[in-house]
Design a protein around this ligand. Structure first.
Ligand code: GRF
Length: 211
């Protein structure tokens, strides 16, 4: 059946390579994600995610996070908010965006910001989670797509995918296999959002049956 809903107007925020952004574009191209990317914003002028957007003719903005290094607050937060609103974004996907969001943005997009994290939360929040999992001796790790709240990787979980840790894994090989699963999980979670199937009950996310 044809989906008559408007495509989700998605803004993607990232600081680096943008392989997760690419997975969003690929899913849109395949027809498995009913969305259009309204804009890409990066706090890193040299981030390849911006180049990927430009090549597709998608508005790509470098918006500085200064003077802060790990959070988005004050003037910088206001500049992000203006850019998101100027592009009419409905939903924000954090795809390798290396800053903690603060209430200005969280409140403006309450319940409409998703993050992809490279571990099975609540295990291994924060940076380099694949390395944390390896150092800890975990046998299974994976990735999580969750709604963003004021904590670090603490919001309600939408989708998780498991990845076994192999005997001869290095941080790089493990991260690469986790990323393969991220590229499935993020478009899947966004499509659930696009279909209006996500219901948040306290900490739990209930996925409504497809209509
Ligand atoms: C991913 O592993 C994501 O989970 C983490 O940062 C990485 C970004 O990768 N938050 P990419 O820029 O999407 O390739």
């Amino acid at each position: 059946m044809t989906d008559t809903r408007h495509p989700l107007r998605l803004a993607v925020l990232g600081s680096g390579n943008g392989s997760n952004f690419q997975s969003i574009l690929d899913a849109i191209d395949r027809g498995t994600l009913h969305a259009q990317v309204a804009c890409v914003i990066s706090d890193n002028a040299d981030a390849y995610i911006l180049e990927r957007a430009r090549r597709r003719g998608i508005p790509a903005h470098h918006v500085s996070g200064a003077p802060f290094k790990t959070k988005l607050e004050g003037e910088a937060e206001a500049a992000y908010l203006r850019t998101l609103q100027a592009h009419g974004a409905d939903v924000v996907a954090l795809a390798g965006f290396m800053r903690i969001l603060k209430p200005g943005l969280l409140d403006a997009f309450a319940g409409r910001i998703l993050n992809i994290h490279p571990a099975l939360l609540p295990a291994f929040p924060g940076a380099e989670s694949w390395k944390q999992a390896l150092d800890h001796g975990a046998k299974i790790t994976g990735c999580t797509v969750h709604l963003v709240d004021a904590g670090t990787d603490t919001g309600p979980i939408i989708v998780q995918r498991a990845v076994p840790v192999l005997e001869d894994d290095t941080p790089a090989t493990l991260h690469a296999r986790i990323q393969e699963q991220e590229h499935v999980a993020l478009p899947e979670a966004l499509q659930l959002f696009a279909e209006g199937r996500i219901e948040v009950i306290g900490r739990r996310v209930r996925i409504r049956k497809a209509s």
